[in-house]
Design a protein around this ligand. Structure first.
Ligand code: FEO
Length: 173
């Protein structure tokens, strides 16, 4: 076993956190779908897939390192939102929580001189910069547009989607 039981357990907990993030984005996407805002919905359905990929990447790492993956129960995500701003703020809050969780895991790896896990986690550290800044930008846009201007956000997302690079899973865990 290349990682400690403590690290195996902490990473397994994070697998659950990433699955929760995935469910949270599905719930946000469904909200936008219900509001007839397909581009915002698509953005969050895609983000949900990315979060599932994060969970699987961590899970496969634990297995590969000889740990004991234990997928925890996943709490229900927030499903009701008062507005688009409310929904995107929920997503940003979630990303900030995940960033703190990833930083805590990286700190644990360093305390344990677990260079293998530390190296693997650095991909997540960098990923969080992209995820938090992307969500902050979207929140600013949605706030600026207001509920009556959300079609402008839809138009912007539709125009930029084609030019955006496809999400990647980074190096194989
Ligand atoms: Fe996997 Fe968006 O954090």
């Amino acid at each position: 076993m290349l990682i400690s039981k403590t690290m195996s357990s902490a990473l397994s907990t994070q697998v659950g956190n990433e699955f929760l993030a995935s469910l949270q984005y599905v719930a946000i996407a469904a909200y936008f779908d219900g509001e007839s805002l397909p581009e915002l919905a698509a953005r969050f359905y895609t983000q949900a897939d990315e979060e599932r990929m994060h969970a699987m990447k961590l899970l496969k790492y634990v297995v590969g390192a000889g740990g004991s993956p234990e997928i925890p129960s996943i709490p229900a995500p927030q499903s009701r939102f008062g507005s688009a701003v409310d929904a995107v703020q929920c997503a940003l809050d979630h990303e900030l929580r995940v960033t703190a969780q990833i930083n805590e895991l990286a700190s644990l790896a360093k305390r344990e001189s677990d260079h293998l896990s530390d190296g693997m986690l650095q991909w997540f550290v960098t990923e969080q910069l992209e995820e938090v800044s992307g969500m902050e930008t979207l929140l600013k846009m949605v706030k600026r547009a207001g509920e009556s201007g959300l079609l402008m956000v839809e138009d912007f997302l539709a125009r930029t989607k084609a030019a955006a690079p496809a999400p990647t899973g980074g190096p194989a865990a």
